[in-house]
Design a binder for this molecule. Structure first.
Ligand code: IMP
Ligand code: MG
Length: 369
């Protein structure tokens, strides 16, 4: 992922793929032109890299020239095309191939046709490296198309966002979800997860998604997913991961403008961790870190017994039940620690000390993400 000005872009088309596309266009055009010596006309600025690579690959003699037009402002095409450098040579009777980096609305192409209207060229053909069919509003024929792409803003290989990105050898696509900090919060019972999640959510303006709460909410409100989940629970069966993921997905969707999410209580298995990665990827985002609060067993036992005196929770009152819960936590989460550690996303944080000391330790980690 890269950042240009205020926006984030993700890798979209590799340098190798761009090269293959250019080669294919060269082959096609060279066959069509046979022994004709064409004039390739690049549309500046965006097409400079494409033209350069194209003519280097072109197997036969050719001429190259440029015209310079400007229409784009930031992320949007405008109707108002500026003719900055026009044609500087007589092209009458010549075979002209326009080399464009990208055709979007077609406004620029319209201006190109206007420029060539009275030039008396023998033939005018259009070759564009990229083409956004959903954005194209004109009827001009496009003779050679390198690759059709969705109607999303791209940069690289000559294309810019407000001046930046032209130098990149590959193509990046604008991320529809801008930068988020998404955390998976882990910790054995008694580690202080809930308390810390509340502080983090305030500090970083994150949305806390506790799987338990999401389940209870969906079942209580009898949503379609809630009823589906309940049908499994009533039969004493585990709710399939996909149902849980769909609930979380809806939750993420509901908070589309959030700075990020704290996932709590999910994932619990490798398969769920993968499913969560997919979910985030579909939202043009990712899990940035698994943060585990590390607390010594004896401290946990002490804390939970203390809590048990007032909480009224039966599972907080019995030491052997507490120890079982702790053991089970480590058995279950070891595999997830491994999953995130291999992606360099595992962060263990010392969970012993005052609440504010622990919050500070968590902030140190999050601020590095
Ligand atoms: P059109 O006039 O709307 O067809 O847009 C053509 C020109 O707009 C191109 O030559 C580019 O300079 C610019 N443009 C269109 N789409 C993009 C994009 O996704 N990224 C960067 N520039 C673009
Ligand atoms: Mg251009």
């Amino acid at each position: 992922m890269i950042k240009l000005h205020d926006l984030y872009f993700k890798p979209f088309i590799s340098e190798q793929e761009v090269d293959d596309i250019v080669q294919r266009m060269v082959d096609e055009i060279a066959i069509d032109l046979q022994d004709e010596v064409p004039v390739f006309v690049g549309i500046l600025n965006g097409s400079f890299m494409f033209v350069s690579d194209f003519v280097k690959k072109y197997p036969k003699p050719c001429e190259v020239t440029f015209i310079k037009l400007a229409s784009y402002e930031g992320l949007k095409s405008t109707e108002d095309i500026h003719r900055l450098i026009g044609l500087t040579q007589d092209l009458s009777g010549r075979k002209v191939i326009i080399l464009e980096d990208i055709i979007d609305s077609g406004n620029t192409l319209e201006e190109v046709h206007r420029i060539f209207e009275n030039e008396g060229v023998d033939e005018l053909k259009i070759a564009t490296l990229f083409y956004k069919p959903e954005a194209y509003k004109k009827d001009y024929k496009l003779h050679y198309i390198g690759k059709e792409i969705p109607n999303k803003f791209i940069v690289g290989y000559g294309l810019d966002y407000n001046g930046l990105g032209r130098d990149l050898p590959e193509i990046y696509q604008l991320k529809t979800t801008q930068h988020m900090t998404n955390l998976v919060l882990f910790g054995p019972p008694g580690a202080g997860k809930g308390t810390q999640a509340n502080f983090l959510k305030e500090t970083y303006n994150l949305v806390h998604i506790s799987t338990g709460d999401v389940f209870r909410y969906n079942i209580k409100n009898e949503t379609a997913l809630g009823m589906l989940a309940k049908s499994y629970m009533d039969k004493g069966e585990l709710v399939p991961d996909q149902v849980t993921i769909d609930m979380l997905s809806a939750e993420v969707e509901k908070n589309a403008g959030a700075n990020g999410f704290i996932f709590d209580g999910f994932p619990r298995t490798n398969a769920q961790a993968k499913a969560l990665d997919n979910l985030m990827e579909n939202k043009d985002s990712q899990i940035n870190a698994m943060i585990a609060l590390e607390v010594d067993d004896e401290v946990l036992v002490e804390r939970l017994l203390e809590r048990g005196k007032t909480s009224g929770r039966k599972d907080d009152a019995d030491e052997s039940i507490i120890r079982n819960r702790i053991t089970e936590y480590y058995n279950k989460t070891a595999i997830l620690k491994e999953y995130y550690a291999t992606q360099n996303k595992y962060y263990g944080v010392d969970g012993v000390g005052s609440i504010s000391d622990i919050t500070e330790r968590l902030k140190v980690v999050i601020n590095t993400l």
